[in-house]
Structures are given as C-alpha cells and as structure tokens.
Design a protein around this ligand. Structure first.
Ligand code: SAH
Ligand code: SF4
Length: 351
C-alpha cells in the first residue's frame, strides 16, 4: 500500500500521472489533507467514484496510530503516544497558550546525540522517522485536540524526540508540506526547527528558501561547558556553528533563538552572562531561558544525575542582567511537567 500523506506536491503529481490521472489531482488531494484535513478517501467527492475506490483499495493516509495519551488539567497540555507500523512509539505534545496553540513534534525514535540533560538522549537512537510519520503527527493530533478542546494548532516546533537536522531530507520535506499554500493555518514564521547544531545542514536549510525559524540549543557560551553537556560540541563547536548561524539569519532575515536550559552552578554564573553577551552581539538573536525539567524518571547516572535547575528567582535575575545588555530575553514556562511532557522529558522506556 502506498502512503500518500507525507508526499510533496510534486511527488503526488508523479503518482497521479502514473495511474493515468491528471496532475491537478495532486493539488486537490493536498487540499483534502492539509486544508480540509480530511483523510478518508471516500469523502473526497471531487474525485470520480472509481478514483475514490482505487485510492481506498491501494493507498492509505495514515502511518501512525494512537497508542495512549495524557492530559494535564493544570495546563491543558496533551501528550500523545503514537505508534508506528513497526511498533515503535513516539511522542507529540500539544501546548495551548492564550494566543497560540503549539504542537511539538518528533523527528527520530530516540536520538543519537546523548545530551546529558535529555531523556530522549538517554534512551539512545532507534531510527529516523519517515516524512509521513512526521507529518502524520500533525494530522492526527490536531484533529483529536480540535475535536475535544476546540483549538486549532497554530504553531509547530521541532522540539520533540530526535535531532531534526540528522534526519535532514525527511525534515525538509515535512517543512515543505507544512509551508505549502494549501496548508491552512500554518506559515513559515509559525514553524521553528530546533537543533543541537549541525553546521553544514544549517547552511543547506538556509539555501532551500524554506525560511522557517531556527532555534539553536546552546546551553553554554563556553566551549568546554557546552561539550560536557552536549558531546556533539566536540565535533561541531560553537566556533563552527557561529558562521552557519550568521548565514542562516542573513539568508532568511530571521533572528536565531538560542535555547538555554538553566543548570544551577553550571551555566547561571556572572561569567556566563558576559560570554552570552559577546556571542549574541555577533548575530541577530534572542535567548529563551528554560528551567531544567527533571529527568529522574529515567534513573540517570554520571553528570546527568547531578544536574539541578537554577531556581525561578535566579532565572529572573539572570534574565534582567542579560536585558541590561540590551539582549532580547524570553522566559519559557514549563508546560506539561506534571505529565512528563515538558521539553526534554520525552522518552519511551520500553521500545
Ligand atoms: N534535538 C533538538 C530538538 C529536540 S530537543 C535539539 O536538541 O535542539 C528540544 C529542546 O529541549 C532543546 O533545546 C533541548 O536542549 C531541550 N531539552 C532537552 N532536555 C531538556 C530538559 N530535561 N529540560 C529542559 N530542556 C531540555
Ligand atoms: Fe537529541 Fe536534542 Fe535530546 Fe540532545 S537535546 S539528545 S540533540 S533530542
């Protein structure tokens, strides 16, 4: 069975030509999936009866199914456990706020990068997700959430499980689908790709013209400290990331967001403020301060076991000191911590 969700418009055009249908069926199918959000082929009434039957018999729309979900009464955050056809489990989270509803999606089952503070990193790497599996997280969860809580997903962040730029081709295709003219309610400035920093891929992404927002998981402006927290920094240090980020900001005319998870005594010192100031003055950027969310449910050892979050009070003070340097600072509320659905808490123990 051929899976039609996750195909780009030009791939769908090839598909329809191969079954002797006109090319414009691709646009029509795109509208069903991403505008009308209808994935039942029998409802696609602008297709002939024989085409509808052919699609029903020989193709499919979904590649994931619901396995479980958890809802936080405190914040209305909902975490979905979704199952792949080869019985892997991934997570996607919907986080409603006053003015937006954000979907956080995964790009890999697990992650190979082993960041010391991240539950997904601790579970290891299983495989890349297909484009269909990335896109289906959106189609399935937005429908479910909309039905129950009457809210449309307005923003997508690639901040679930995995490193999007290590699954570059499939991530890029999903971005092309999400930013296509047919996809209702989303646009490039409502989509953020978060990366631990793969310089050549940041440059590739800048050259595609997709122009989504980019967030770089920084966590320290000092090379040695960042390397301890994120081993990938030994391969791709800040000094190599900086030119790639400057290029991305210039090509896309966007500001880079630095994500900065705060660890007591490790990256919340006065010298960290000075070093961040120096770094951030080198490119259009803002910084998002994130409290460290406990990963004790993963029973970590080594440095992972010793990490503690900076207190709320200290984070506010740190933010003020950065603002005194005229830097743009955002503070992230931890949403969904009570159901282990906050940033970096996504992991499946038995997969
Ligand atoms: N692999 C990508 C995207 C997924 S991680 C990346 O690393 O950017 C999404 C964000 O969650 C990253 O900024 C990551 O550093 C952060 N994060 C991971 N574990 C966390 C934790 N336990 N508490 C707070 N933030 C965490
Ligand atoms: Fe992978 Fe991102 Fe977690 Fe690091 S923080 S292990 S890159 S998912």
């Amino acid at each position: 069975m051929i899976n039609l969700v996750g195909k780009t418009k030009s791939e769908l055009e090839e598909f329809f030509i191969s079954i002797n249908e006109p090319k414009f069926r691709a646009k029509q199918l795109f509208e069903w999936f991403y505008d009308k959000r209808e994935s039942d082929f029998s409802q696609m009434l602008n297709f002939s009866k024989s085409l509808r039957e052919k699609l029903q018999n020989e193709s499919k729309a979904h590649s994931l199914s619901f396995s479980d979900s958890q809802f936080s009464i405190q914040t209305s955050t909902k975490k979905y456990l979704l199952q792949t056809e080869d019985n892997r489990q991934i997570e996607a989270v919907i986080i409603p706020e006053e003015k937006r509803t954000t979907l956080c999606i995964s790009t890999q089952v697990g992650c190979p990068l082993d960041c010391k503070f991240c539950a997904t990193g601790l579970m290891g790497f299983k495989r890349n997700l297909t484009t269909a599996e990335i896109v289906d997280q959106y189609l399935l969860t937005q429908k479910d959430y909309g039905k129950d809580y009457g809210k449309d997903v307005t923003n997508i962040v690639y901040m679930g499980m995995g490193e999007p730029l290590l699954n570059y081709e499939n991530t890029l295709k999903s971005l092309k689908i999400f930013t296509s003219e047919e996809t209702r309610g989303l646009s490039r400035n409502r989509i953020t790709v978060s990366t631990s920093g793969i310089p050549h891929r940041i440059i590739d992404l800048a050259n595609t013209g997709v122009k989504v927002k980019l967030a770089l998981s920084l966590h320290s402006a000092f090379e040695e400290v960042r390397s301890k927290l994120m081993p990938i920094n030994n391969k791709y240090p800040i000094s190599e990331l900086l030119p790639a980020l400057q290029f991305y900001a210039k090509e896309t005319k966007t500001r880079i967001t630095f994500e900065y998870t705060m660890f007591a005594g490790i990256n919340d010192r006065d010298e960290d403020i000075r070093e961040l100031g120096k770094l951030m003055n080198k490119l259009p950027s803002k910084i998002n301060l994130i409290p460290f969310n406990s990963i004790s449910h993963m029973a970590p050892d080594g440095i992972s076991a010793s990490l503690k979050s900076t207190t709320r009070e200290k984070i506010l003070e740190f933010a003020d000191k950065l603002r005194e340097k005229n830097l743009t600072v955002l503070l992230r509320n931890t949403q969904g911590d009570d159901i282990a659905a906050a940033c970096g808490q996504l992991a499946i123990k038995k997969s």
